[in-house]
Design a protein around this ligand. Structure first.
Ligand code: PLP
Length: 278
């Protein structure tokens, strides 16, 4: 990776992104609300609107070394990339010798129906970050990079007390095996179809629903109102969902969600949304 030593250190990230709470990741996160109270942030990050290729092109200067992006924004409201956008970023990075890094912490490990979300879009990044589902709930994070970048990190250059933790690594291997053995990648597509059918059927009866954005088990329903009362009411009925960006219900169901629980969840959502709409 290029560093400040050869003059290139800037990284472009996207508005409404979320990359985490450590200081570098927080500086990459282009949402002012997360910066409040901990400024000044690290130098070198510039922010472009997600989905706007021209803005990304304009943000590049002679010191830019990488673009870091969630292929589908999670916390920012389940935002799918417009057609051609990720391909355009790939071309831009190739043109300027920059790395294209996908944050697959939320989208990875089968959530979108493929091992990694980038496989849905046919765009190969130079590196991806992984965490969340990587070890099925045991704390574990990872960075996968193409060989020419990976070989820059030799043992000791990126050490951490708990790095390579044997229990976490065993859990990650078990997670990979389970996803394969239980055929959870195609299961994600079936869950997507079921939720799409549920929300599409509900839409004509529920004017609160503005947009439905689904890729595998990454499900966003944009509402015309604040989503908090819906989240609260679902919780009372024992359905855990959350709301991002104020008005986007975000569902991230487990890939092994059984059919009866899926149906029960859809029924609760339908009943809650209709009761609040009318
Ligand atoms: C896309 C993305 N990147 C990074 C993170 C932060 O991951 P961690 O909590 O493992 O630092 C999150 C957490 O929500 C995320 O959604």
């Amino acid at each position: 990776m290029n560093g400040k030593a050869n003059g290139r250190y800037k990284i472009i990230t996207m508005l409404n992104s979320f990359h985490g709470r450590t200081f570098g990741a927080l500086s990459a996160t282009a949402q002012p609300k997360y910066h409040q109270g901990v400024e000044p942030m690290l130098a070198g990050f510039s922010y472009a609107p997600f989905g706007d290729l021209d803005a990304a092109i304009k943000a590049v200067d002679g010191e830019t070394c990488a673009i870091l992006i969630e292929p589908i924004q999670g916390e920012g409201g389940v935002n799918l990339p417009p057609r051609g956008y990720l391909e355009g970023l790939r071309e831009l990075c190739d043109k300027h010798g920059m790395m294209l890094i996908f944050d697959e912490v939320q989208t990875g490990m089968g959530r979108t129906g493929t091992w990694y979300a980038f496989q849905n879009f046919g765009v190969e990044p130079d590196a991806i970050t992984l965490a969340k589902a990587l070890a099925g709930g045991i704390a574990c994070g990872g960075l996968l990079a193409k060989r020419k970048y990976a070989e820059k990190l030799v043992p000791g250059t990126h050490a951490a007390t708990f790095g390579g933790n044997p229990i976490a690594c065993a859990a990650a291997l078990a997670t990979v095996e389970t996803i394969e053995k239980d055929e959870l990648l195609p299961r994600a597509a079936l869950i997507a179809d079921a939720f799409r059918a549920c929300f599409e059927a509900l839409r004509p009866r529920c004017p609160l629903i503005q947009e439905i954005r689904i890729k595998g088990t990454m499900i966003g329903v944009e509402l015309s109102i604040d989503g908090t009362p819906i989240v609260d009411e679902c919780l009372k009925r024992q359905l855990l969902i959350n709301c991002t960006h104020g008005n986007v219900l975000r569902l991230l169901p487990a890939l092994n969600l059984p059919d009866d629980a899926l149906q029960a969840g859809c029924d609760i959502l339908e009943s809650v949304l209709l009761s609040i709409a009318h």
